[in-house]
Design a protein around this ligand. Structure first.
Ligand code: NAD
Length: 304
């Protein structure tokens, strides 16, 4: 997909804004749009050409890239809602619909099927790496779709990310994303419970870290995002749990994982529990804190 490709970039929020900036810097022709005027203004200030409506954005676009909060936003935009025309009906035939939002696997498959039925191409490509990765162009993209469509969007994704992985057919990118974050949510709760138990049993944080980080308890939640201050100086615990990866986003991703666990009938017990734990954490003040702040909840709710 050459740099003269024209990209309609819809959704210029925390992630979409800096991703669009990187496409512009790489020489892509970008027409940016967001329903929130402040997001539009911010993107414009950072050099992203913006337009006044989604239809202006998709006029002549080769790629329609969406970076929205949820699957409902994506499906509404594709199909049209609230009297607004749908993007699928208005885009030129053969347009590549590239959705980078994190949404349900079933919604991603539906969105792709709708796009293909309307004569277009479709790929789901959710990301990990957060706002820092979006700004630095170091995101990881997990891509679902046909091989030739993956190869078509790969150069564009490589501008915004450092790793681009083809995970399979439609919905495969979303599947990989929620499976990874299911591991992450459960492992962060386990690491946090272990540290609070260690406190009760008289272990120092450093002693437990030195053992577990070199033993079979080793994992990213421990060695990179350690939920106690000290052992890993760069972890959010050292800055009063400023995210990082916010509790609200972990709660969202675990709800998506829960939906997939239910629809596939997996006999999972920890996933649903982790989803419930992070929903409570987000509702009780943790939404804007790093998800490793779950340890303070566990400590506060412990007896003695
Ligand atoms: P955000 O809420 O900051 O941005 C989403 C933007 O989409 C908003 O500005 C909103 O106004 C806009 N929008 C909604 N409907 C629209 C429409 N029909 N047309 C145009 N614009 C529309 O969210 P974000 O943090 O940028 O996250 C975007 C997606 O990326 C989410 O699905 C999120 O789960 C995922 N994600 C976020 C992070 C993160 O760290 N923020 C990390 C990985 C993945």
């Amino acid at each position: 997909m050459p740099e003269q490709t024209t990209v309609a970039f819809l959704g210029l929020g925390h992630m979409g804004g800096p991703m669009a900036v990187n496409l512009v810097r790489a020489g892509y022709t970008v027409a940016g749009f967001d329903v929130v005027p402040a997001a539009l203004d911010a993107a414009q200030t950072h050099g992203v050409p913006t337009v006044a409506s989604p239809l202006d954005a998709i006029a002549g676009a080769d790629v329609v890239l969406t970076m929205f909060p949820s699957g409902q936003h994506v499906l509404d935009a594709y199909r049209g809602a609230d009297g607004q025309p749908g993007l699928l009906a208005e885009a030129k035939p053969g347009t590549m619909f590239l959705d980078c939002s994190t949404i349900n696997v079933d919604e991603a498959r539906e969105a792709s099927a709708l796009a293909i039925a309307a004569g277009h191409r479709a790929v789901d490509a959710p990301v990990s790496g957060g706002v820092v990765g979006a700004e630095a162009g170091t995101l990881t993209f997990m891509v679902g779709g046909e091989t030739e469509d993956f190869e078509a969007v790969r150069p564009l994704l490589e501008v915004m990310g450092k790793r681009v992985v083809h995970c399979g057919g439609h919905g495969g990118g979303q599947a990989a994303k929620i499976c990874n974050n299911l591991i992450l949510g459960v492992s962060m709760i386990a690491v946090s419970e272990a540290f609070v138990l260690g406190e009760k049993l008289g272990l120092t944080h450093q002693a437990l870290f030195d053992v577990a980080s070199n033993a079979s308890g080793q994992c990213w939640a421990l060695t990179t995002n350690c939920p106690v201050p000290g052992p890993v100086p760069t972890s959010p615990a050292n800055r009063d749990y400023q995210p990082g990866f916010a509790g609200a986003l972990m709660a969202k991703d675990l709800r998506l994982a829960l939906n997939a666990l239910e629809s596939t009938g997996v006999a999972a017990r920890l996933g649903p529990l982790a989803s419930e734990i992070y929903d409570t954490f987000a509702a009780e003040g943790g939404a804007g804190r790093d998800f490793s702040g779950i340890i303070t909840d566990i400590r506060d709710k412990s007896q003695h």
